[in-house]
Design a protein around this ligand. Structure first.
Ligand code: GDP
Ligand code: IMO
Ligand code: MG
Length: 416
């Protein structure tokens, strides 16, 4: 009946997990499109916290079918651990409700060893060290291993041998490099669990749609981390925008109704790269403290800054966002004055409200701000200042704000 998309419009950690869990109350199927365990999606229900890395954020609802799309890169051992953790936390029938695209690629210990070697250099990207980039490289080089090979042992051994040879010169010389036999031994228990979950994700989406069910396609990372359109080279290795989500899930655009863009009421970024509205000093630290801005995957502190409408308008266009979900409005209560960037001053002195096409200019722009008095979000939209801020964001982006989030718990959400 309806296929909707939910994705992040900044540099990740916008609160996608929370919003996808919230939207799942009316979804039958949730499909994660791309990326791997670089993602950390947090959901809180009645005080209980779940952090998902590979499994779609619909899993906390007890009946939802959760599919992992072919655009994903999956550490098989990590997937087994994540399922065990969820089951231990009381989530029922996780394996039974999971469907996995066999064309998603495997992240192997060698990919992580390659990444460790690269990230130890001075020009590091600041990646999550989960082997994401090297795995997508193997996929593009045609030396990669789709999960499908877990069901084809002879071909698996052949391909593991080729891949190890291919990656060996790129790994840290000092690191312990597992042999093909050791990796095979690690994969055996994974195959037993994962192969029975293989499914044709495209067919499941089409069938669910025909059966009048609602399907939610889940983006990971954020639009400004997109491999092509993000702040290259400080990006992830997959396409994080709508095009990448459709490709990762294996469906076309004609099925899609709404695209929910998740936006934090301020901005955070983990890792290196340009960040025009970054706040140095005590105000940034105060936001980080109030927003608990530490990575859900690596625990690294997140850099904090003001909302950047110039970048947001651009990511709304990149993704075809039709509605916004604005999160963490409660966190801004800790400051007296909330700033929003509405234009950039370029190095040559001109002012523009259009996002620069050249990503290398971004590090040299000066944001131009409008200021707003802060609010008390406990009063919801009854608080005039919050109402004014929300209206301003909607008007500046020409996009309705359909969901407002004022705390991490599922219940701390308003539908508009
Ligand atoms: P994701 O990667 O986009 O799913 O976001 P993360 O889970 O990495 O980071 C978002 C963090 O903010 C998590 O700790 C959430 O529990 C929390 N969070 C989400 N929405 C809100 C909100 O409206 N207010 C507050 N205070 N925290 C929120
Ligand atoms: P979720 O889904 C925030 C960032 C890393 C680094 C860059 C490349 O939780 O929003 P990678 O390991 O992907 O090669 O790292 O991308 N990054 C994220 N930042 N949230 C994420 O995911 C991220 N996934 C990757 O910090 O800067
Ligand atoms: Mg996250």
């Amino acid at each position: 009946m309806t296929v909707n998309i939910a994705l992040g419009l900044q540099w990740g950690d916008e609160g996608k997990g929370k919003i996808i869990d919230y939207l799942t109350r009316s979804a039958h199927v949730v499909v994660r499109a791309a990326g791997g365990a670089n993602a950390g999606h947090t959901i809180k229900v009645q005080g209980k916290k779940y952090v998902l890395h590979l499994i779609p954020s619909g899993i906390v609802h007890p009946e939802t079918r959760c599919l992992m799309g072919g655009g994903m890169v999956v550490d098989p051992m990590g997937l087994l651990d994540e399922v065990s953790e969820l089951e231990a936390a009381g989530i029922s029938r996780v394996w039974e409700r999971l469907g996995i695209a066999p064309c998603a690629h495997m992240i192997l210990p060698w990919h992580r060893a390659v990444e460790r070697a690269r990230e130890s250099r001075p020009d590091a990207i600041g990646t999550t060290l989960r082997g994401i980039g090297p795995c997508y490289e193997s996929k593009a080089s045609r030396f990669g291993l789709p999960l499908a090979l877990l069901a084809h042992e002879d071909e698996l051994i052949l391909r593991l041998t080729r891949l190890r040879e291919d990656l060996l010169p790129l790994m840290e010389p000092a690191s312990e490099i597992p042999s093909v036999e050791e990796v095979l031994a690690l994969l055996a228990p994974c195959a037993a669990k994962i192969v029975p979950r293989f499914t044709n994700v495209t067919q499941e989406i089409v069938d669910a749609e025909k059966a009048q069910n609602t399907i939610l396609l889940e983006g990971a990372q954020g639009s400004l981390l997109d491999l092509t359109h993000g702040t290259y080279p400080y990006v992830t290795s997959s396409s994080t925008i709508t095009g990448g989500i459709l490709s990762g899930c294996g469906v076309g655009p004609s099925l899609v109704s709404d695209t929910f863009g998740v936006v934090k009421a301020y901005t955070t970024r983990v890792g290196n790269g340009p960040f025009p509205t970054e706040i140095d000093g005590p105000v940034g630290e105060e936001l980080a403290r109030a927003g608990h801005e530490f990575g859900a995957t690596t625990g690294r502190p997140r850099r904090c800054g003001w909302l950047d409408i110039v970048a947001l308008r651009h990511t709304i266009h990149l993704t075809g966002t039709t509605a916004l979900a604005l999160t963490k409005v409660d966190v801004l209560e800790v400051v007296d004055t909330v700033k929003v960037c509405t234009a950039y001053r370029l190095p040559d002195g001109t002012v523009t409200d259009v996002y620069p096409a050249d990503p290398y200019i971004l590090q040299d722009v000066t944001p131009i701000y409008e200021s707003f008095p802060s609010w008390r979000s406990s009063q919801g939209l009854e608080d005039e200042n919050l109402h004014r801020y929300v209206d301003f964001v909607a008007e500046q982006t020409q996009t309705p704000i359909r969901v407002l989030s004022f705390g991490p718990d599922r219940s701390q959400t308003i539908d508009r």
